[in-house]
Design a protein around this ligand. Sequence first.
Ligand code: SF4
Ligand code: SF4
Length: 83
Amino acid sequence: MVEKVESRPKRARKPRGEVYIEREWCKGCGFCVEFCPTGVLEMSAEFNAKGYHPPVVADPEKCNACGLCGMYCPEFAIWSVRR
Ligand code: SF4
Ligand code: SF4
């Protein structure tokens, strides 16, 4: 007789993401910071060459690769990838 082995319930893996920012394309509108649902981004105190404040990744572990930052960016200056 084959003994049934109880397996542990599988934990759902959270999607994880990595965010990339092209600082020099940014116009500093802040949409990416505002619409990120997990608070990954914040505006930098530094300026880019055009005189705008680009975003920075303040809390990278919170990125779930939802892609909203890239969808809202009018300059295509930010995007995410799944890892
Ligand atoms: S991909 Fe989603 S969670 Fe990650 S930084 Fe962009 S908006 Fe935030
Ligand atoms: S949405 Fe794009 S242009 Fe606006 S602050 Fe973010 S990276 Fe810069």
